[in-house]
Structure formats: structure tokens, C-alpha cells
Design a protein around this ligand. Structure first.
Ligand code: ZN
Length: 299
């Protein structure tokens, strides 16, 4: 199958992406120091009177900063317009490769040229379908080659996201209807046996201790703590966005309830973490009790 767009994109291989670019600042100690601090790189070669710049800073000296580039070649602009026009409007940087020919030192003035090195055939990735574009930048200091920086991007059409599914509905029957009626009023009701006073949750028709079918309810105070939890990563389920934490929350009254722990990243949920009941409205249709981590609780 002929991909007419690919043929047109391929024609840009070898054309200039940037011509006679100039680094905005010469290689300098201040930028080297900031880089080393940000990277946590304490290599002695990057400080002192004979300092060299970290080789991996190569691209830094060519970057346009917030004020942007003024040297972008017409070919690159056209190439991106072609992709935009065909619906390949999203972009992600995928990888870069560098080669170093000699160390850079403070005072070196940087110039560079860049070419569109290659365009891939149309590929389908997890993000969507599109084309990988590899650009090669040849960097010089004082006119002498010091390295190359190759970077690859994917220009793609995002995959259509499936509409988010609806959360499963609770099964409400005569044994638990009172619980859901309470939730609708933002009250978390616990059953209490009228025979022996034992609290029970989830709701059941009779008492597991004394067998009495008679009960009334007490309203939970809303305080509790994480008794145990799991983090769900897989499989994905349409109504949920993994990863999320499912907690077994022990209420102050002593019974336990399975619910979501919210207000804290899933990987920060801990056993013993204090939580507070709140209610969340699902799909604009019904309420669910969830538990919010209390800030300043167990770290
Ligand atoms: Zn009982």
C-alpha cells in the first residue's frame, strides 16, 4: 500500500532544520554549576579553573529558551505543517543520542546546524499512529566540530479514547436498603443487634453472635483508619482509572468497610493512616462513602 504522505515527508530528509544557529550564551560556569546541582553531579572535572562542561549538556548550549529559536529552517516548518494538516497534531519526544568529539570549556562560543535526518514509515504505537522524525544537530565551538545531538520525536494522531464506563451500581435489596438510604442522606449507618448489642457491617439479616433478627442502627462518627489496603494497577476497568487504592477501613466504632482512600496518592496510603468519611457523587446519580486521608497523619 502506498502511503502518499510518507512519500512527501521522505522528501524532507537531508533538508535543513536549523541553519547557522548560534548559542545564546557562550559555555559558562554559572550554567554548568546549575546543571550539576540539578543533576546532583559532583564530578570534580566540572568545577575549578580547568573545568569542562558535562558532555551531556551539549544540547543546553543550543537551546532557544523561553524566547524561542530564530533559526528554524523553512523545511522543518513545512514538514510540521504537512503533518498538522494531515491530522498528526500531537508530538512526543521519544529518545536522543549524542556523540562527543571534544570537551567544551567556559568561553567556547557555540554554533550549530541541524538537518532532518530521517522520517519513518507510518507506525502505530500505544499513543496513536504517526511518523518518527529524527533530527541531527551538528554542534561546533569556535567553528570546530564538538559533537552531534540526534533527537527523535513522534508526530501522531492520538488514539480515540473509549468513553469512560459507568461505575457498577450497588445491588440494593431488602437486607441492605437501609444502608443505601442512609448513604443517600450522607449518613453511614451500622447495624446493631437488639439482642446482644453487637455492631455489624456489612448489613446482614441476622446477628452472627446471638442469631437475633432484631436490629437498629447507629450512625458512624466518620473517623477511622486504614486497616489494610491494596493498590489496583491491572487489569483496567472502564469505570476506573488505575492506579488506585482500595482500603479496608476500620471505623472508630470497630467495624470495617471496603472503600476508596482518597486525597492521597495511591502509593502513599499506609496501614494505620487516619481517614475521615466523606461522600462522593458517582456519575451524577448516586452517593458513595469514601475515606479521605487526614493530612499530617501517619507519614
Ligand atoms: Zn446479637
Amino acid at each position: 500500500m502506498t502511503d502518499a504522505l510518507y512519500v512527501r515527508l521522505k522528501a524532507y530528509e537531508g533538508r535543513a532544520a536549523a541553519a547557522s544557529g548560534m548559542g545564546k550564551d557562550p559555555v559558562n560556569e554559572a550554567m554548568i554549576r546549575h546543571w550539576c546541582e540539578a543533576m546532583g553531579d559532583g564530578n570534580a572535572a566540572y568545577a575549578g579553573p580547568d573545568a569542562i562542561a558535562p558532555p551531556t549538556m551539549l544540547q543546553v548550549w543550543t537551546m532557544g529558551g523561553l524566547s524561542g529559536h530564530t533559526d528554524r529552517g523553512a523545511a522543518q516548518v513545512e514538514l510540521f505543517e504537512l503533518l498538522d494538516g494531515a491530522g498528526y497534531t500531537s508530538v512526543v519526544a521519544t529518545d536522543c543520542e549524542q556523540e562527543y568529539l571534544r570537551p567544551l570549556r567556559p568561553g567556547d562560543r557555540i554554533t550549530y546546524d541541524a538537518v532532518v535526518e530521517s522520517v519513518s514509515e507510518r507506525k502505530t504505537t500505544k499513543l496513536g499512529t504517526g511518523y518518527f522524525i529524527t533530527t541531527r544537530m551538528d554542534v561546533r565551538a569556535e567553528g570546530e566540530p564538538v559533537g552531534t545531538h540526534r533527537f527523535r520525536i513522534l508526530r501522531y494522531t492520538p488514539r480515540e479514547r473509549k468513553p469512560k464506563g459507568r461505575r457498577p451500581r450497588p445491588v440494593i435489596n431488602r437486607d441492605n436498603a437501609g444502608f443505601w438510604e442512609g448513604v443517600a442522606e450522607h449518613r453511614l449507618l451500622i447495624q446493631r443487634c437488639e439482642g446482644c448489642g453487637t455492631l455489624r457491617f456489612p448489613w446482614l439479616p441476622g446477628c452472627g453472635f446471638c442469631g437475633s433478627p432484631d436490629w437498629d442502627t447507629v450512625e458512624a462518627s466518620g473517623s477511622g483508619s486504614v486497616f489494610s489496603y491494596v493498590v489496583v494497577h491491572h487489569p483496567p476497568f472502564p469505570a476506573f482509572d488505575p492506579s488506585f487504592a482500595v482500603g479496608l477501613v476500620e471505623l472508630a466504632e470497630g467495624v470495617r468497610i471496603v472503600s476508596n482512600v482518597v486525597g492521597v496518592p495511591h502509593d502513599k496510603v499506609r496501614i494505620g493512616m487516619p481517614v475521615e468519611l466523606e461522600f462522593t457523587c458517582v456519575d451524577g446519580e448516586f452517593e458513595l462513602p469514601v475515606f479521605r486521608a487526614i493530612q499530617g497523619g501517619v507519614g
